[in-house]
Design a protein around this ligand. Structure first.
Ligand SMILES: [Zn+2]
Ligand SMILES: [Zn+2]
Length: 182
């Protein structure tokens, strides 16, 4: 057994018993539960806060090689808009699908195993969420961002402008204009 296939921590809320499925292909069970989110679930600008509610709506299905876990995870997201830097608070759902192989199957290091008749969903949930998070999250799709001149949030003041200041490249033209009589 490779080092990554360590024994599950039975205290983890993301470790589930699959013993009662009895390795009979086709047998399934539904899991609907809310668990606390693990630490460090996220990327630089957006994350799932530790211990926030994670809703699991999953199905564990026996297949010939192991147990297929599939369904959705719904998480709370906290972050910062990459355009206007406002806080983002949102809820989002992600698809989860992971096959846990029974011991005895030839598996790669990055594949999951049924260990001690349990499956540990943490890595599968991490992958399902983290790989889908946007590197440049937005508070809304049409976020207007910040004024490049003064940094004001344009979402709060869409008509904001610096009308009185003139780009230096145009100031000569403005001078010429100023010479013409009104
Ligand atoms: Zn924004
Ligand atoms: Zn401005």
């Amino acid at each position: 057994m490779s080092p990554v296939h360590r024994h599950p921590d039975h205290r983890s809320p993301l470790v589930f018993e699959v013993h009662e499925l009895g390795r009979r292909a086709g047998v399934m069970k539904r899991i609907e539960t809310t668990v606390p989110a693990p630490a460090e679930l996220g990327i630089a600008m957006i994350e799932v806060p530790k211990d926030s509610d994670m809703e699991l709506d999953l199905q564990f299905q026996c297949v010939s090689e192991g147990v297929l876990a599939s369904g959705t995870v719904t998480v709370q997201l906290r972050g910062q808009c990459s355009r206007c830097l406002d806080d983002i608070e949102a809820e989002d759902s992600f698809d989860v699908q992971e096959l846990f192989f029974y011991p005895g199957n030839e598996v790669e290091e990055d594949e999951s195993l049924v260990i001690d008749e349990t499956i540990d969903l943490e890595e599968a949930l991490r992958d399902a969420v983290v790989l889908e998070l946007p590197f440049t999250p937005l508070c809304r799709d049409d976020c207007l961002g910040l004024c490049l001149d003064c940094g004001v949030n344009l979402n709060r003041d869409p008509d904001h402008s610096h009308g009185e200041t003139i780009d230096p490249r145009w100031s000569k033209l403005a001078d010429i204009g100023g010479d013409t009589p009104n």
